[in-house]
Each structure stands twice: as structure tokens, then as C-alpha cells.
Design a protein around this ligand. Structure first.
Ligand code: N01
Length: 492
């Protein structure tokens, strides 16, 4: 086969990384499908006030495109988006992005993938790489009466910048990382702000700082300095944060830090009690923010913990009474466990991903699935991290896919062997048992029945080693007889 034709779905960190790697390998036969009119994925969509990343800038960037000129230790959304746009231009992949083109389906047919886009266009590719991410579809809650609300309502990932919050009575539903970032930015403007909290989060301060001209020059000019700084950030995350999530030596340190931060910032015992979680830190995503607690102590801000029963035209009704509001901001997160949805994916032999993932999404290395030859995922199941940079994980995945390309070019479509998949699942289950995510909390890492489908339990180092192995042993080529075999399709 000549260079395979590759369809990449999504132009966020993952899709762009794949496109750049292909381009650098001299493979130009790829198309990036992007449903929106601009690149950037989650960093294009999340424009709420204060949006930013709580992984340090020099680590939250591609290893092949280090950037010395970050202005802050922790990057803000505009700077990350600008970084991605610069990467796309520098590596000349922007012209391969088909904007405003939503992929709605992919079907493996006759040894190739037929990729369907909205508007019923179909196009054949040898390989499909899904780079749609885990945090791409906002989740609105299912609260009775939401459509009756007479004021302005929007989700944090679809911020309504035309709506001036000055003097408003604002209800914020949810208190995760997104709310923690924007509540301090809007609390001073809103007339009254109520944060509806279902479960308190552990919060630790974010040691943010600006990089002045001298620091930026040093990082740019001193040989090896930026690399060493990045390496230090990475090692710190591996050696200090990971053990905290694996119930290791730093778990107690993390809890002390979070409790100390709460005590230092919130003096009132009633509010402090409301904000104190009853599960171990890390079970849900730890919020890393220095301003959230302080905002919650403002006289015009209240934390409401009574259960929401309905939303009416005039605001939010809880078990304790009515809370008048003219603006509701849903900071209720994303549909994280529905990987790839709503794209309909049909593999060989009548297998559909919807059916195969009935009990929760799973993929070998988070990248590939039996019955779906030449289909690869970026930031797929069990590859999210609570302790280190997702960009690192994405680069590991892209490297693995690049290693698969010569193999499938030479021998035809290939898929992961069922026995490799089963061994992976066993290994994952064993590692998962030691992690704090199991410890009695609800989180976006889990399906409704409690299976952790989003997170990688090991260190990032281990993931790098596993994905760096030659794919030969774990994959097999799909020959005609196998290709024609029909699955005994059980009802979905
Ligand atoms: O979403 P979340 P997020 N009634 O799922 C509540 C990344 N991120 O957008 O905890 C009432 O964390 C829900 O309550 P509960 C980061 O990985 C990163 O804040 O389920 N409340 C919770 O409080 C982060 O973890 C950065 O009880 C309801 C909230 O809504 C991820 O994105 C910055 C409810 C949802 O919190 C998601 O964060 C921002 C209901 N019916 C985000 N339904 C960085 O800095 C839900 N909730 C990298």
C-alpha cells in the first residue's frame, strides 16, 4: 500500500498532534475533520472568565514544540489556544483541516473505513484516528423545569459573553474545576451569587506566577534550562502527585495541604463544614485554585447545599426554599463516559462500538479495540490523568499509532488481538484496585455503575513504556475469511 489515507477527527491537542506527526513523517495523505470553525478543541470551547489549565505551561505543551515564552506558570485559555494555532501554522497542517465538517459515522467496509459527515457525504480512508477528547460534550443536568426558566441560562463551556452579569442574581450549579475558576472572576460583578453544591471538592492552592522578561529569556537562551524545568515538573507529578492518588506516601500530605488551605481561607465554621468533603482527596478531581474559597466568603456569595428539586421561571427551588435568579450558569461538567458519541462506529462483521461498549468503554492502551481494524483513539478510555499532563499521554498514543502504520501498510488492516485486549483489561483492573477513585465518591471518571472508564491508574512513565512496545505481538492482520465472518449480534 502507498501511504495510507488517514482521517483524523477533531482538531484539538490530540488531532493536531497526530496531523503534525504525520506531516513530519512525510505522510501528507490525511484530512482533519473539525465540526467547529476553529481549531483548539476544549481550549476553543471553554472561554469562561478565568479559564485556564492547572498543569504547568511548560509541561502542558508538545515535547517537539517547547515554548519558552509562556507568560505564566499555569497557562490561561487564550495563551493555550494561541499556542495550538501557532503549532498548526508552523507545521503547516491548518490547510488539511476541514472546518465546519462534523463526522457522524464511520463504517468498516471492504477493508476500508467509510467516513460519513453531516450532510450525508461519505469518503473512504484506510485509517481513522479519533481525537474527540473526553471533555467535549457539555452535560446539562436533568432538573425538572429547566426549560421554564425565564432568565438567561448557559453552560460554562458555552459561555454567553453577550450577557452582562453586572448586578445580576446569578445561580451557579456545580462546583468543579470550571466553577472554581470562573466564580472568583464574576463574584465581584454579580449582585448576588449562589453556588449550588451537591458534593464538596478538595481544593489546593495553585502556585501561579508570571514569567517576566528575564525568566523567559533565560528559558529561551540558556541551553538545556527549559528541558530541565519540564523534566522537573514531570518528575514532580510522577513522584509526588501519583502516589497521592495510589494511596501512597503523599496521600496524607495532600490531605493536610487541602485541609490547611480550607482553614486558612474559610474562618466561618458553618461554611467550612459545608466545604469539607467526606471522601479522600483525589477520589474526585482535586480542584487546584487559590481564589475559589476566598470568593465563597464574600458577603454577596452563598454556598447552597440543599438538594435542588426544580427550576422555575424565577430561579432555583431547593428542599429549603426558593432562590430567585435571573441568570443560571450550569457548571455541570461533560458527558465524559460516552466516548466518541454521538458518532456511530461500525466495525467488521456487524460489530458496533455502541454494542461493544455497552458495559463501559474500553480499549487496548486506550487506543484500539478488537473488531475495529485500523481505528485508533487519542485520549481514549482509561488514559485521563489526575496527576500529570494529558499532552504527554497523547504523544505516547500518537507514537504508538505511527508505529502501527508501516505494519498495516505492509500487511493490510489490523486489529488488536482479543487475548491482548483481555490481558490489558486484567492488568488495568488490578492496577485500578489500588487507586483512590474507588473510594466512595461520584465522579466524572466513572460510569453510573461505578466502573472507572476514564482514568489511567499507573504512572505516566509506565504508559510510555507500554505504548512504546512494538505493536507486532498485540495486533493481527484481518484476512478475508475473518473479515467476512458475521458476528452473532446480540441486541444492543
Ligand atoms: O465539571 P465537573 P467541570 N445537580 O464534572 C455538579 C477539566 N477542567 O467542568 O460533584 C447539582 O468536575 C457536580 O456535582 P457532583 C478537569 O479535568 C480542567 O468543573 O457530581 N449539581 C459537580 O460539582 C475537570 O475535572 C481545568 O455532586 C450537579 C459539577 O456539577 C473537568 O474538566 C479547568 C448536577 C461538575 O463538575 C470537568 O470540570 C476546568 C446536578 N444535577 C476544567 N450535575 C484545568 O485547569 C452535576 N452537578 C485543566
Amino acid at each position: 500500500m502507498a501511504a495510507p489515507r488517514v482521517a483524523i477527527v477533531g482538531a484539538g491537542f490530540g488531532g493536531l498532534c497526530m496531523a503534525i506527526r504525520l506531516r513530519r513523517a512525510g505522510i501528507g495523505s490525511f484530512t482533519v475533520f473539525e465540526k467547529a470553525g476553529e481549531l483548539g478543541g476544549t481550549w476553543r470551547d471553554n472561554t469562561y472568565p478565568g479559564a485556564g489549565c492547572d498543569i504547568p505551561s511548560h509541561l502542558y505543551s508538545y515535547s517537539f514544540e517547547k515554548y519558552a515564552s509562556w507568560t505564566r506558570r499555569y497557562p490561561g485559555q487564550p495563551e493555550i489556544l494561541a499556542y495550538l494555532a501557532r503549532c498548526a501554522d508552523k507545521y503547516d497542517v491548518r490547510r488539511r483541516i476541514r472546518f465546519h465538517t462534523e463526522v457522524v459515522g464511520a463504517a468498516f467496509d471492504g477493508g476500508r473505513w467509510q467516513v460519513s459527515t453531516a450532510g450525508s457525504q461519505r469518503e473512504a480512508f484506510d485509517v481513522v484516528v479519533m481525537g474527540v477528547g473526553q471533555l467535549n460534550r457539555p452535560r446539562l443536568p436533568d432538573i425538572p423545569g429547566m426549560s421554564d426558566f425565564a432568565g438567561t441560562a448557559f453552560h460554562s463551556a458555552r459561555w454567553n459573553h453577550d450577557h452582562d452579569l453586572t448586578g445580576r442574581r446569578v445561580a451557579v450549579i456545580g462546583n468543579g474545576s470550571s466553577a472554581a475558576q470562573f466564580v472568583p472572576r464574576i463574584a465581584g460583578r454579580a449582585g448576588r451569587l449562589e453556588v449550588f453544591q451537591r458534593t464538596p471538592n478538595w481544593v489546593i492552592p495553585k502556585p501561579d506566577a508570571t514569567f517576566g522578561p528575564a525568566a523567559r529569556s533565560a528559558l529561551r537562551l540558556v541551553p538545556g534550562l527549559q528541558r530541565a524545568y519540564r523534566e522537573w515538573l514531570y518528575r514532580y507529578a510522577e513522584n509526588v502527585f501519583h502516589p497521592a492518588l495510589a494511596r501512597g506516601w503523599s496521600a496524607a500530605t495532600l490531605e493536610r495541604r487541602a485541609r490547611g488551605h480550607l482553614s486558612a481561607q474559610v474562618a466561618a465554621p458553618v461554611l467550612r463544614a459545608k466545604l469539607t468533603p467526606d471522601y479522600p482527596p483525589g477520589c474526585k478531581r482535586v480542584v487546584i485554585d487559590s481564589d475559589f474559597y476566598a470568593a465563597l466568603t464574600r458577603p454577596n456569595v452563598e454556598v447552597v447545599t440543599e438538594r435542588i428539586v426544580r427550576i422555575g421561571p424565577g430561579g432555583v427551588e431547593t428542599e429549603g426554599g426558593r432562590h430567585e435568579a435571573d441568570t443560571i450558569i450550569y457548571a455541570t461538567g461533560f458527558r465524559t463516559t460516552e466516548f466518541l458519541a454521538p458518532i456511530e462506529v461500525a466495525g467488521r462483521g456487524g460489530h458496533t462500538l455502541a454494542r461493544q461498549w455497552n458495559g463501559g468503554a474500553e480499549a487496548y492502551l486506550g487506543i484500539s479495540m478488537p473488531n475495529f481494524p485500523n481505528l485508533f483513539l487519542l485520549y481514549g478510555p482509561n488514559t485521563n490523568l489526575g496527576h500529570n499532563s494529558i499532552v504527554f499521554m497523547i504523544e505516547c498514543q500518537v507514537r504508538h499509532i505511527m508505529a502501527c502504520l508501516p505494519y498495516l501498510s505492509a500487511g493490510g488492516p489490523m486489529e488488536v488481538r482479543p487475548e491482548a485486549m483481555a490481558a490489558w483489561t486484567r492488568q488495568l483492573d488490578r492496577a485500578m484496585a489500588g487507586m483512590v477513585w474507588q473510594d466512595g465518591c461520584r465522579s466524572w471518571y466513572k460510569t453510573a455503575d461505578g466502573r472507572v472508564t476514564n482514568n489511567w491508574p499507573g504512572r505516566a512513565d509506565l504508559y510510555r513504556r507500554l505504548t512504546a512496545r512494538s505493536p507486532r505481538a498485540a495486533y493481527r492482520h484481518i484476512r478475508e475469511p475473518v473479515d467476512r465472518e458475521r458476528a452473532v449480534a446480540s441486541p444492543a
